[in-house]
Design a protein around this ligand. Structure first.
Ligand code: HXC
Length: 264
């Protein structure tokens, strides 16, 4: 799949927090394929180096925990110093475990809020004076749990709902020079999130009758949404949460027997 022209992001610098694996690494790879200079940031220095190497020789792998405001600021400064002022910043670091609220300690709940919501604030607040203006694009990675409550996900639901509102407020405060948007991926194959939420499912999820598009998504499809939001095609788009989810947030799209309920 290739939907955007080569060189679309040439000369741009992108910083991807949480970019050492999964959806965020896929986004970083796609940005690099389209010509951007890319920094990826994760907690583990070895994983960050390996991720950067997998992206290409010009990628920068940095270690910082998004919960640590000073560390993330220093990573942002290093990226801007070595690669140039930041055109695109993605905040995608996320934590998750499956547990009912009564089995969550205060620290367990706080940990996910800290990584997802406070982490996104730290990344976006920390990058503000390092951005290219006008034209910078900030993207937060949200999830359907922000809107649709799911049992065993109290922490993620609360954190992602907060992210959606943070995106909207920053879009209002930081326009017109900076655009702030979110992406809400649906179930995406090959991610740690889905391996926790649907253990035992095939890597691509197989056929999913309940989803309008009948399947899980691919990491590359979420990456294309990130490219769109970072491109001139989205120059009048800010404050949105783009659902890249095959229609999964619409509800159960199972096709039922059309004769059911019809009087003979
Ligand atoms: C109950 C748990 C737990 C579990 C951890 N905790 N796992 N509580 N059930 N299964 C509690 C711990 O007991 C501890 O509380 C607190 O959480 C912090 O745990 P630590 O291991 O000390 O913290 P840390 O090393 O920072 O790890 C945090 C983590 C991490 C979030 C739990 O393991 C992690 O990030 N895992 C998943 C990563 C992941 O899946 N990423 C993708 C997310 S995608 P106490 O009280 O004992 O100190 C996503 C979107 C999904 O979220 C959308 C799909 C459609």
């Amino acid at each position: 799949m290739s939907t955007f022209r080569d060189g679309l992001l040439a000369g741009k610098t992108a910083f991807v927090a949480g970019g050492t694996s999964g959806i965020n690494l896929g986004i970083a790879i796609r940005f690099a394929q389209l010509g951007a200079r890319v920094a990826v940031v994760g907690r583990d220095p070895a994983k960050s180096q390996a991720a950067a190497a997998s992206i290409g020789s010009h990628a920068l792998g940095l270690a910082a925990d998004v919960r640590d405001c000073a560390a993330i600021r220093s990573a942002l400064e290093q990226a801007a110093g070595e690669l140039g002022p930041l055109d695109i910043v993605v905040s995608g670091a996320a934590g998750n475990f499956v547990a009912p609220a009564l089995r969550m300690s205060a620290n367990g709940f706080r940990t996910v809020i800290d990584i997802d919501l406070n982490g996104t604030f730290n990344v976006f607040r920390g990058c503000h004076d390092l951005l290219v203006r006008p034209g910078a694009s900030l993207i937060a990675i949200s999830a359907g749990q922000a809107v649709n409550p799911i049992t065993m996900q109290a922490h993620v639901c609360a954190a992602k709902a907060g992210i959606n509102q943070l995106v909207r407020v920053l879009a209002m405060e930081w326009g017109p020079d900076i655009r702030v948007n979110g992406i809400s991926p649906g179930p995406i194959g090959g991610t740690e999130g889905m391996s926790r939420l649907a253990p035992g499912a095939p890597p691509d999820g197989g056929i999913q009758e309940w989803i309008a598009l009948k399947r899980w998504g691919r990491i590359e499809e979420v990456a294309e949404s990130a490219v769109f939001l970072s491109s001139p095609a989205a120059s009048y788009v800010t404050g949105i949460i783009l659902d890249c989810d095959g229609g999964s947030q619409l509800g159960d799209a199972t096709r039922r027997d059309p004769t059911q309920g019809v009087k003979s």
